[in-house]
Design a protein around this ligand. Structure first.
Ligand SMILES: Cc1cc2nc3c(=O)[nH]c(=O)nc-3n(C[C@H](O)[C@H](O)[C@H](O)COP(=O)(O)O)c2cc1C
Length: 325
């Protein structure tokens, strides 16, 4: 299996992994509005995927379609053996890459040494990289293993931490320019991303910067200024779902076009996760879909009122009824 991280023209763009956002339904919409060079799944628990009970639901989080390639499966956990197993499974499922989450700051995650907690336990982090690489090399193929991380835990230790990760020879490093403690509360430290970039470049490891990028032009500028291979965009997609398609000005999109896109997204969401009003129920809460309403229902007269009404919907039927009214 080739290392796709090495193959794009520079700089390339990546849609950030976002829990309850970047599932197959949303990625299908983004394939239509403007596809990034790389997609990520939402993060998936390694321990959950390795348990009989957790697996069926988590497999839905790992669902993808061919038009989303190259796509990376992102995992979080703290058990190297389970990373080994999940990497093997990611190969079987046909992913193009696997990413280790070393950046999630949520208390319930770091408490168990997962996510950004691994910055505190560097030896465990290294063992996890080793086991993931071993699992990713199963079946005679070697799937690239990347790391998405931050610039420190309680304080900025960019050079120390990134140098340490480089020793484990990952295939790419994605740097979110904040510490765990900073959560998303301060502007990303792009100068620190630049420092990390320098180290990665010397080691021949592709480096992707992440934090607060809200437009394609800004991404290009940051990549140039800090000499990076790629840019990862997270929340910027909420402001502009056409962000990866710089030829489109979202202001030119009509309300009807936006509403059609939302309807399509809703259909894909229900197809993937089920409808709360059916007997089989739903694998993801219907309310998760509501955080997307603002993406589509904004920038036109009456948008706010329509959104307020749509927020009352409890299932697809009610949603459709409100829209038709
Ligand atoms: C709703 C939400 C969910 C997120 N889920 C994940 C995740 O599953 N895995 C991950 O590595 N980062 C996750 N992140 C962090 C983003 O990938 C990204 O690093 C962060 O939002 C900073 O980039 P931005 O400023 O472009 O949004 C999440 C962020 C948001 C806002």
């Amino acid at each position: 299996m080739s290392n796709f991280w090495q193959q794009f023209p520079r700089p390339f763009f990546v849609l950030a992994p976002m829990a309850d956002v970047t599932d197959m339904a949303f990625r299908q919409i983004i394939c239509e509005t403007g596809k990034p060079d790389v997609f990520y799944t939402e993060f998936v628990s390694c321990d959950g995927l390795c348990s009989e009970k957790g697996r069926p639901k988590l497999m839905l989080h790992l669902a993808f379609k061919k038009n989303e390639r190259p796509i990376v499966a992102q995992f979080f956990g703290a058990n190297p053996k389970n990373f080994y197993k999940c990497a093997q499974r990611a190969v079987e499922l046909g992913f193009d890459g696997i990413d280790i989450n070393m950046g999630c700051p949520a208390g319930k995650i770091v408490k168990h040494d997962c996510g950004a907690g691994l910055i505190r336990t560097p030896e465990l982090a290294k063992e996890i990289i080793r086991e993931t690489k071993r699992g990713a090399a199963s079946a005679g193929r070697r799937m690239p293993v990347s790391i998405k991380t931050r610039i420190g835990y309680n304080k900025i230790i960019t050079e120390e931490w990134i140098s340490y990760l480089i020793e484990a020879e990952p295939d790419a490093i994605i740097i979110h320019g904040r510490t765990m403690k900073e959560m998303s509360k301060v502007p990303a430290h792009w100068d620190e991303i630049g420092k990390a970039g320098l180290l990665c470049r010397k080691a021949g490891i592709p480096v992707i910067g992440n934090g607060d990028v809200v437009s394609y032009a800004e991404g290009l500028e940051k990549a140039k200024q800090y000499d990076l291979d790629g840019i990862m965009v997270g929340r910027g997609i909420f402001r502009n779902p056409w962000i990866f398609n710089p030829s489109i000005d979202p202001a030119t999109k009509t309300p009807q076009e936006k509403i059609e896109l939302l309807k399509k997204h809703m259909g894909l969401f229900i197809e993937l996760w089920g409808d709360p009003s059916t007997s089989s129920g739903q694998a993801k809460n219907f309310d998760v879909m509501k955080k997307f309403f603002k993406i589509y229902i904004s920038g036109f007269d009456g948008a706010k009122e329509l959104r307020t009404k749509l927020m009352q919907a409890k299932n697809e039927e009610e949603f459709t009824k409100i829209l038709s009214e």
